[in-house]
Design a binder for this molecule. Structure first.
Ligand SMILES: [Zn+2]
Length: 114
């Protein structure tokens, strides 16, 4: 399961940041998920609950915000935000020569520790 390894990664990073800062408990981790990252948020939340067990992130809550998919059409040059992340085509001219500029990211934006 793809999401489980992502959840482990997020927790590992959060734990090492937390320890580096001299804290011993993680309350919440905020992440930003691009809608074209391929990550299923429900599966990630589920995996997070499994991955955090018996760690200093045991009681941590995973908060996430989804970022839209933006891209530029190679045919007509229009920059657009698209909803469909599987068959991405240009909303202006319908071309599939649509280059994604953002929406694939998965970033940790905040770790709340104590
Ligand atoms: Zn176009």
């Amino acid at each position: 399961m793809h999401e489980l390894s992502i959840a482990h990664n997020i927790i590992e990073i959060a734990i090492s940041e937390c320890k580096k800062a001299g804290y011993s408990k993680i309350n919440s981790i905020s992440i930003r998920i691009g809608r074209a990252s391929g990550v299923m948020t429900d599966a990630l939340l589920f995996a997070f609950d499994i991955a955090k067990k018996d760690s200093i992130a045991e009681n941590a809550v995973l908060k996430y915000e989804e970022t839209p998919v933006k891209g530029r059409c190679r045919e007509c040059g229009t920059d657009s935000t698209v909803d469909d992340t599987i068959f991405v085509c240009c909303p202006s001219c319908g071309s599939y020569q649509f280059e994604l500029l953002s929406g694939r990211e998965l970033d940790i934006i905040e770790i709340d520790v104590e």
